[in-house]
Each structure stands twice: as structure tokens, then as C-alpha cells.
Design a binder for this molecule. Sequence first.
Ligand SMILES: Cc1ncc(COP(=O)(O)O)c(C=O)c1O
Length: 398
Amino acid sequence: MPQLAERMSRAVPSAIMAVAEKAKRLKAAGRDIISFSIGVPNFLPGEHVYAAARESLTHDSGQYGSNRGPDALLDAFLAHLKRNGFEGFERKHLCVGVGAKHVIFNVLYALIEEGDELILPAPYWTSHIDIARIMGAEVKIAHCGADQDYKLHPDQLEAMIGPKTKLLVFNNPSNPTGMVYTKDEIRALGDVLVKHDIWILSDDIYNQMIFDGIGWHHLLETHPELRNRLILLDSLSKTYGMPGWRVGFAAAPEALAQALVTLNSNHITNLPEVVCAAAVAALTGPQDIPQRMCVEFSHKRDEVMATFARIPGLSCPRPQGAFYAFPDVSFAYGKRHGDTLISNDVDFCNALLDAHGVACVPGSAFGEPNGLRISYTCKPAELTEGLRRFEAFCTELA
Ligand SMILES: Cc1ncc(COP(=O)(O)O)c(C=O)c1O
């Protein structure tokens, strides 16, 4: 067979999907499996979204649509931005994608030259690093351990920015840790960023899932002058329970937004009409479902943290957003579960899955091998049972 392109040697399938697939396989084979592995919100959008989709089908144009996104959808997203406190954006600053993941791919394609440095705080979301590598970026990982609440420190950022730095990828609230930056922490990072002429990809897709009334803060709030080099990334996937509908957005400087439009015109062309109608309904309709889910997730977070507090040696910075927790499980390394030696996060997750049927994603998939990720969006009874098994597994270690 003739060779694949060299860049494909840098492309890897999602490590999260691999765990989810293994859990699925075991379940299909009759095992009693509880999966904490995949980051899907596990709720559906309101009836108004389906009604809008049905209505759209009755007027289907059957035509190609706008590469940027239809005006009604752009306007709905502009209104959403306004609700979040972002003024001054116009349609020319926006572009849609087939989910935020596709937007990230386009943004990096538009910005990264082979060998450009990209700063990525770890723990990171797996696709951030995977897409960066496909693009040929030199990824500089800023390791942010549990001892710094998995958050990027301004001194760390300052020390990492150099002449070849092109882009910082910043994700708040964070997948995989659920951590949320305070306004002061954001301001301190912004104070560094204003001094260096680099791009910032602000992955904000969990912005509606903030607990404890702490509020969500943004670099554009503390440093509006970053507007001409910051990309604001959002998606309907998590907020509206619509991951399968595949709707993501960028709000960016006009020239970059135009570049994203050009890329769309060369591959996806447009989002389907029915998807756009559903997306408009989600963005402009009642916001009670996301609000209700946020409350539910915060209660689940409490249950997760209460379990972790009973496990000697385990530490976990308290998540205040999204639907993930990222415990440091390094206390278990060097111990045995039955005959199995637990040397690292992968051993831990494999043994937990084999012995108790609970699937978590090893932290090394996110650049933090001392931990693992729990996604706690499953049904309440499953969460309780899965946590019971997790605790049992930890107490069986010797
Ligand atoms: C931090 C982060 N960014 C982007 C995405 C991609 O979202 P979408 O479903 O819109 O592609 C995800 C999905 O898990 C995510 O966790």
C-alpha cells in the first residue's frame, strides 16, 4: 500500500473512547459495568428543541447553507454571548463548526505552523493535545498538579512563553478536573498575557455549569484588550444536552473568523438546516434545563467528594464546575489488589474495572499520571453504587 501522510503518525485515537469502548464490550459480554468514563451530559434538550427541528423539516429548503452559519443561529449565539457579558461581537466575528472539537481543529489549522509552540496546561483535555500534534505544534505542557488545584499559575505561564510561542489553550471550567478559576486568578493570568503577543484559545464550553454561586469569569472580562487575539469557544453539547447534534462556535477577531469560514467552505460547507433550527431553539428558548442540570451536577459532585473524603490517602481538589472530578490516587501505587500490583494510574483503572466493574479514565490520558478522571453524569443510583465499589476497591488495597 502507498504511504499515509506523515502527519498521520502523530494522530492517535481518543484515549477516553478506548476506555468507554472496553466498558461497553464488557457490558455486552454480560458484566455488570458502571461507566464513569465518558463526558456526556446524559440529559436531553427540551421539547421546544425537537419541535423546532420538526418544524424546520416541514419547510426544508434542501439547499446548501452558509459556511459561517445561518444568520438566525449567529444572532442566537450573539445573544448568548451577551447574556454571558460579552458585548461588541457581530456576525462577522463568528463561525460555526461540527461541534467545538471541529472548531478547535479549524482554529489550530488556521494558526499553527509546523514547529510553533503551543502552551497547554495539564491536566488537559485529550483532544487539545491530539489536535495540536496533528497540526505539527510543539506542545509545551505546563504541569499543574493537585498541589496547585490543577490550575495554571501566572509565574508558570510567564516562564513558558518564549519567542516561538504561538498559542495558549485555556480551558475553564476544566475537563478533566472540574476546576474553575476565580476572577483574581484569571486577572493574574491576563496580566501575563497582555505582555506577550500570542493567541489564546479560550475553551469555555462548560461555562453554564458553575457550582456554589461562584460565577464564571473570563480573560475578556478582566482584560478586554485581549479581544484581538483571543478565540472564545463554545458548544451546545454540554450546556443543552446536545452532544450528538454537533454544534460548536468560535467568536474571534474578524480575520480569523473569516479563515474559519474559508476552511468550512472547503470541507463541511454548512451545518444541516434541521440542526441549525434546533440549535436556535436551544439558545433562545427556556434556559431551565441547563440550570436544573447544574444543580443536579453540584449535588453529584458533593456525593463524589463525600466518598473521596472517606478514603485514606486519596486527595481531590474540589471541583466547582463541569461534571468531572480528578482524584489523586497515587497513594495506591506500590500496593496490591489481590495478586495485582498497582504501579500506576493505568493499573489502578484496569484493576478497578476488572474487580468491581467501574470504568474511569487513567489520568495519563490527560497528562497527569497521579490521577484519574471520573465523569459523574450517570443516573443517581449508578453513581451511588459506582462510588460504593470505588471505595471498596480502595479499602481492599494492601
Ligand atoms: C474541554 C472540551 N472542549 C471541547 C469539547 C468538544 O465538544 P463538542 O461536543 O462541541 O465537540 C469537549 C468535549 O468533551 C470538551 O470537554
